[in-house]
Ligand binder design. Structure first.
Ligand code: ZN
Length: 287
């Protein structure tokens, strides 16, 4: 799946088959909130029973010959507390190469935040050691996000630091950046705290067109209509809602393409205002 924003090419690479689940597993909403909006959520983003559909996917953003890997998914061989994310053995790198991006050709890696499903392929297991998957890339980490991960003793955080971040630093490939860092002229970070303290989203602007890659500023399109719905993995719910509303307003005001990091179906949506929230008005089928 591929989009063009001006001269920038964006390619989606899926890690695993779409996940269908009770909304409550991921967000603070029930099946009724979904079914009340079935006219535009079904069939791409939910099913007729009110289950939501989510993707685990990465994006490659190519601007002026520079290739940026955004949120390299879960990774293979990683021991995680959630069974469905643990010890994967999938063909992500083969899919990436088939899309035109062998791992050696990636110039930058950007993680919107350092949760297990956004930085796993930072590294891969070779002869029992974690080594950077993208050997010729500069890995960009928001300083605040790295500091948060380093101080977090809960859940998978210590494992993520040890197997997906530390080996990159040890290999000399990590650069610590501010949350408004400009990667290349057409691609920049925007601070988006809330889901985690150092969470960023990615803004792509080229030839008068714009797009945003959300990271986990939202998980599912129902949050476009109900921005007050938090996700279950959130650091600061109020801040996350403020960030989500700021993002959605910006996207709607500017006619930008919203690429949802966990959105299924067409992945990209345009927004129009709807009361004090928004509606995903026209879907792009991608190309
Ligand atoms: Zn996520």
């Amino acid at each position: 799946m591929r989009w063009s924003i001006g001269a920038v090419k964006i390619t989606r690479v899926l890690e695993m088959p779409p996940v269908s689940a009770d909304p409550a597993r991921f967000i603070q909403a029930g099946r009724q909130e979904i079914l009340d909006r079935r006219d535009w959520l079904c069939p791409h983003f939910a099913d007729e029973d009110g289950n939501i559909t989510l993707h685990f996917q990465a994006f490659v953003v190519e601007s002026g010959g520079v290739r940026i890997m955004v949120d390299p998914c879960i990774g293979n061989d990683k021991q995680r507390s959630v069974a469905s994310l643990s010890m994967l053995d999938g063909p992500f790198l083969e899919r990436l190469a088939a899309a035109g991006y062998p791992r050696e050709n990636i110039d930058y890696v950007l993680c919107t935040h350092l949760h297990a499903d956004h930085c796993g392929w930072n590294t891969m297991l070779v002869d029992g050691r974690w080594v950077p998957t993208f050997p010729n890339a500069q890995y960009l980490f928001a300083k605040a996000e790295y500091e948060y991960l380093r101080g977090d003793e809960r859940g998978d955080a210590p494992a993520i630091l040890a197997d997906s971040v530390k080996p990159v630093i040890d290999a000399g490939l990590a650069t610590f950046v501010e949350p408004d860092h400009v990667i290349v002229e057409e691609v920049r970070l925007e601070p988006a705290p809330g889901h985690t303290p150092g969470h960023c989203f990615l803004v792509i602007a080229s030839e008068g067109q714009e797009a945003v890659i959300t990271g986990d500023a939202l998980h599912h399109p129902v949050q476009v209509a109900l921005p007050q719905i938090a996700d279950n993995f959130c650091w600061d719910k109020e801040l996350a809602e403020a960030t989500r509303r700021r993002l959605l307003k910006w996207v709607s005001d500017r006619g930008a393409l919203l690429l949802g990091s966990h959105f299924s179906g067409p992945v990209g949506v345009f927004l129009t205002p709807d009361g004090d929230a928004w509606k995903a008005e026209s879907l792009t089928a991608g190309r």
